[in-house]
Ligand binder design. Structure first.
Ligand code: ASP
Length: 318
């Protein structure tokens, strides 16, 4: 039987066991498990890698624990601007949106851009208008509000700094005293029973980012990439450095031009090239044999995978 598999992430960063309560850890594990199940079910029913990756990401966008959709961080204007992208490795069609506001599921909108427009990438107001035409659901500002994210923003809003929401304990990354830390951009990669690959990534970006700032997530080849001949990749981390490294596409190039395995290629990009630039974070990937790989150069990464040959594996720490 051919292998089909799905992997998800919920962000990478300073995620330490001794700063996590058992309840919080369980909540993250439950959410990652539910996202894996949603994607796996699509694959089990013979669905496409694109639909599986989208289903997993929607699950994580709806969960306020993660920095995407409902749980998105605040910009320097005290608003939420979300980025997302999806790519089909079979056709190499892609859809992306940047700086969208009040859209319930930005990954759904990215998918609509891929499926129902002639374009690859829409941003801001034009993306919102397109969303309305496509009947994509919107939510009021309160839906995206959480006291935790607000406090995270307030802690650095006067500094002019911006931060990964999963770094800087006690500051933008969380409260060191209570260990109350909520992390991460979300993403999924999938290989379906026909050997087709897909990647999907969604984020609220970085806390106190300048409004209008766009990270690596929606940039095809930087935070998200899929090509059946090589791999599907979804990244998380300090977006500016992932953009400069063209991180996701570099993994694919190392496989295509240098004959690296998925694991080797990801390790070169995450542990050498990104480290050399000072780019904290990680990525998940899958190849056309359904083999999943996960690499990060930070303390931890919320992550999980499941294939038709085994049960779900969920991990957080190094
Ligand atoms: N990569 C995302 C960005 O820079 C942030 C993250 O992964 O948490 O927008």
């Amino acid at each position: 039987m051919s292998t089909f598999s799905i992997a998800v992430h919920g962000g990478a960063g300073t995620i330490l066991r001794d700063q996590m309560t058992p309840e919080r850890e369980q909540a993250h594990r439950r959410s990652l498990g539910a996202a894996l199940d949603a994607g796996f079910e699509v694959l089990q029913q013979g669905g496409s890698a694109v639909n599986a990756a989208k289903a997993s990401v929607i699950c994580l966008e709806n969960d306020p624990l993660f920095n995407a959709g409902r749980g998105s961080v605040f910009t320097n204007k005290g608003e939420h601007e979300m980025d997302a992208a999806i790519m089909d490795g079979k056709t190499q069609k892609a859809g992306a949106v940047a700086a969208v506001r009040n859209v319930r599921n930005p990954i759904e909108l990215a998918w609509k851009v891929m499926e129902s427009s002639e374009h690859v990438f829409l941003s801001g107001e034009g993306a919102s208008e397109f969303a309305k035409l496509q009947d994509v659901p919107f939510e009021p500002d309160d839906y995206f509000f959480s006291q935790f994210r607000y406090d995270q923003w307030k802690a650095i809003s006067h500094s002019g700094d911006y931060a990964l929401d999963h770094s800087a304990p006690g500051g933008a990354g969380g409260d060191a005293a209570t260990g109350d830390r909520k992390f991460g951009t979300v993403g999924a990669v999938a290989c379906d029973s026909h050997g087709n690959l897909a990647a999907a990534t969604s984020t609220g970006g970085m806390t106190n980012k300048l409004y209008g700032r766009i990270g690596d997530t929606p940039l095809i080849g930087c935070g998200t990439y899929a090509k059946n001949d090589t791999c599907a990749i979804s990244c998380t981390g300090h977006g500016e450095l992932f953009i400069r490294a063209v991180a996701a596409y570099d993994v694919s190039c190392l496989m295509e031009y240098r004959g690296c395995s998925l694991d080797e290629a990801m390790s070169i990009v995450v542990n050498k090239k990104l480290v050399a630039l000072g780019g904290e974070g990680g990525m998940i990937g899958v190849d056309a044999a359904g083999h999943v790989a996960m690499q990060f150069n930070s303390q931890g990464m919320y992550r999980g995978s499941r294939s038709n040959h085994g049960s779900a594996i969920i991990d957080i720490y190094r």
